[in-house]
Design a protein around this ligand. Structure first.
Ligand SMILES: [Zn+2]
Length: 247
């Protein structure tokens, strides 16, 4: 049978209130809405990342295609300039002159066809550049929102941690003033029973589990010596007899 001074048993209720407050703070830190917000933004950013990669790849592929198309046109233009130079030099025989003129005409047709391809690639590139700019802007916006949510989270955590530190200091003080064996029993029960190790016996009811004591247990609790540590028969918590329980 455990015994402890009745004042120490009463102090246990103050300790329990501090522990409950610490538990609430830990819970609000764990479930803080900014955590869900950051996680959701992370998910959106990850989802958009695929589109971003696809869009960047499409743009760089088209840039390469355009460069090749431009080179194709330039090659034909250079060839035509060379032919034109041969004609202009006037040193060609009549037969060669006809052949070179034919080639020039053929090169002009080829150039026109290649330029059409070039134009079509340019148009596709522009469309993809526009799309990429939109995806990049959306991505940037999400990243910005995430940074803001993280800052909000960090500020909230700093506030919660400050309160928790103050409560921990107050708790250490409070626990230091109570019989060590009683605190030890209380801590064991608290760990095992969802954070509540001690509860008041008020109006014939255990405030830990909320159940009314049967008349036999209630009588035994009330008649027990003041320094006897009474436990709830239902939940096992330390029952602290407070003034109201005598009513
Ligand atoms: Zn109980």
């Amino acid at each position: 049978m455990t015994t402890a001074a009745p004042e120490d048993q009463l102090r246990l209720l103050s300790l329990q209130a501090l522990d409950r407050r610490a538990q609430q703070l830990a819970h609000s830190r764990r479930t803080h809405p900014t955590l869900a917000k950051v996680a959701e933004l992370d998910k959106h950013i990850a989802d958009l990342h695929g589109s971003l990669v696809d869009s960047r790849t499409a743009v760089s592929d088209l840039e390469r295609e355009l460069a090749k198309s431009e080179a194709d046109v330039a090659q034909v233009v250079a060839r035509a300039a060379k032919d034109q130079q041969r004609i202009d030099s006037g040193g060609l025989s009549a037969r060669d002159s006809v052949a070179v003129s034919d080639e020039l005409a053929s090169l002009a047709r080829r150039q026109a066809a290649l330029e059409e391809v070039e134009l079509e690639v340019m148009e596709r590139l522009e469309a993809h550049q526009d799309a990429l700019a939109k995806v990049e802007a959306a991505h940037q916006e999400l990243v910005g929102a995430k940074v803001a949510a993280e800052a909000e989270r960090d500020a909230a955590f700093a506030d919660i941690d400050g309160q928790a530190a103050a409560i921990a200091a107050e708790r250490a003080d409070a626990a230091g003033g109570i019989d060590a064996a009683l605190v030890k029993l209380y801590d064991q029960l608290r760990t095992r029973l969802g954070g509540t190790g001690a509860a008041a016996l008020r109006g014939g009811r255990c405030e830990g589990c909320g159940l009314e004591l049967n008349p036999g247990d209630l009588g035994a609790a009330r008649s027990a010596a003041a320094d006897q540590v009474v436990r709830c028969e239902e939940c096992g918590r330390i029952l602290v007899r407070v003034a109201e329980s005598a009513v």
